[in-house]
Design a protein around this ligand. Structure first.
Ligand code: GDP
Length: 201
């Protein structure tokens, strides 16, 4: 026992289209959200060192579902359905929003959200929508400014500072991340594993 895990060991549990079909809310859940192409799948691969995991979520038929993964910490990671494909019809978008919003608003064992943003394209409309939803709840949000390797150190740091100013509230925490190089990995794993560990009663 003890020591920080060097990865989040995770296995696919099940998928659910709506809140009603979700598995029993018996352990803490941390949901991962991000626009398509933000690198959400690569982040999951980096944190879990399990390439099957994100692939599972990208399997045709599963892309519009909430995908649940059990972890060794005890809690579950929940990969929220992809968002932001330009071709998705308005009606589809509304279904997505309704289902995800219902999960975020009503899931009793959901404790935190990880939001993955591409550091070069921060606060796109989807991100703002997620952040505004979260502000209406008691949930915590950890923001990964992913693809930090694409910017010079100074530019990445100043992007982080200005994002921190914009989200200045104890509800939010932010960090630089690179799914490619592993920058920020330890910090993210520490945050996640603390959330995923059920409280001892
Ligand atoms: P998703 O659609 O959000 O799941 O994004 P993917 O994980 O499929 O990544 C989208 C693209 O961005 C792929 O070409 C990845 O290789 C690339 N990518 C993801 N994370 C990083 C990163 O940290 N740095 C760089 N340079 N590329 C990344």
């Amino acid at each position: 026992m003890g020591g920080r895990p060097d990865r989040i060991v995770a296995h696919f549990l099940t998928s659910a289209p709506t809140l009603k079909e979700c598995p029993p809310p018996v352990v803490p859940e941390v949901a991962i959200a991000g626009r398509s192409n933000s690198g959400k799948s690569s982040v999951l691969n980096q944190l879990t060192r399990n390439h099957h995991l994100a692939r599972t979520s990208k399997t045709p038929g599963r892309t519009q579902l909430l995908n649940f993964f059990e972890t060794n910490e005890g809690g579950r990671l929940v990969d929220l359905p992809g968002y932001g494909y330009a071709r998705v019809a308005k009606s589809q978008k509304r279904i997505w929003e309704d289902n995800v919003e219902e999960y975020l608003a009503r899931r009793e064992n959901l404790i935190a959200i990880v939001l993955v943003m591409d550091i070069r394209h921060l606060f796109e409309p989807f991100d703002v929508m997620m952040i505004n939803w979260i502000r209406q709840t008691q949930l915590s949000m950890h923001v990964l400014l992913n693809k930090a390797d694409k910017l010079r150190h100074g530019a990445a740091t100043s992007a982080l500072r200005s994002a921190q100013q914009r989200l200045a509230s104890p509800q939010f925490s932010l960090q630089l991340f690179s799914a490619l190089t592993g920058v920020g990995r330890d910090e993210a794993i520490e945050k996640l594993s603390a959330w995923l560990t059920p409280p001892t009663s």
